[in-house]
Write a protein of this length. Structure first.
Length: 289
């Protein structure tokens, strides 16, 4: 399999720049109100920079902040200016803006080092084949073939994070219900399961099946994704998909709760080897019927 390079996420770099500037202000120390007064800015402008709500920070504004915060180290100043420049770059998903709209999941996926996902109804998006994805969108309210194609192309582009030079580590727990739902029909489902089994054999991908026999379990809720990042400056994020968008949760106690829930779900699921045997058996069943 060809390993591909992948652009880093401007959204995460904005967050990192904001965290560095906020930390520098606190170390002075200055409150946000005091810093804004010293700069002659509205407090709202500084707040937007510190909360990564502005798409770019002008070099002159960045220099004013660094001067005020007494950041004199030339190397660090240069690194922060580079971060500010890089934060304006667009990732691959910019060309799918009409598909993702304000959806930032591709941003975070591109920067993450570890993804933990739980799905109850379908195979996780990062592990889907085009025909399976297309069938999902046709089953929803996407009647226009061109729009469906854009949706499928965008989802397939997201899969590159699993085959790039430094792939994301993916742990997926999939409820058994997803295997009994013949999305796209028997032949599409067979292709999908073969692909899933192939990807599950990759060293950076772990797939577990949560069997019906477990009965009640901690995952009787909405599906979710937990995204962890290589830098300690980037806190873990939980993504909970909704019908039209997604919720992004960063509060430590909320993230901890989802992490504990994922651990419980993993504990209820079959092991990776048992899950591979389950998928293979399901493939054999479909082939013989």
């Amino acid at each position: 399999m060809i390993m591909q390079q992948h652009p880093r996420s401007p959204s995460l770099r904005r967050r990192r720049l904001s965290a560095e500037l906020r930390r520098a202000r606190i170390e002075v120390p200055l409150t946000a109100v005091q810093a804004a007064r010293e700069l002659g800015w509205a407090v709202g402008k500084l707040s937007m920079i510190e909360n990564a709500e502005t798409k770019s920070v002008k070099p002159a504004d960045l220099d004013k902040l660094l001067d005020l915060y007494k950041v004199d180290d030339a190397e660090k100043r240069g690194a922060l200016h580079q971060l500010a420049r890089d934060a304006k770059e667009r990732g691959w998903w910019a060309k799918y803006k009409d598909v993702f709209r304000n959806e930032t999941l591709p941003d975070f996926e591109a920067e993450a080092s570890n993804l933990r996902t739980y799905e109850a109804q379908v195979i996780p998006g990062l592990l889907q084949i085009p025909e399976y994805t297309e069938a999902i969108f046709h089953g929803a309210r996407y009647a226009n073939q061109e729009e469906v194609k854009r949706q499928v192309d965008a989802r397939m582009a997201r899969r590159d994070i699993l085959t790039r030079f430094d792939p994301v580590h993916l742990r997926a727990v999939i409820d058994e219900a997803a295997f009994h739902r013949l999305i796209g029909g028997k032949e599409v489902m067979l292709q999908q399961l073969r692909y899933l089994l192939h990807m599950a054999q990759m060293p950076h991908i772990d797939v577990q099946v949560l069997p019906f026999s477990k009965g009640a379990h901690a995952g009787l809720t909405a599906p979710f994704v937990i995204m962890s990042f290589p830098s300690p400056l980037d806190p873990t994020i939980v993504c909970v998909p909704t019908l039209t968008d997604a919720l992004y949760l960063e509060e430590p106690d909320v993230v901890e709760s989802y992490s504990a829930t994922f651990g419980d779900i993993q504990g209820s699921a079959s092991s990776s080897s048992e899950s591979a045997a389950f998928i293979k058996a399901h493939i054999d069943h479909l082939e013989s019927n």
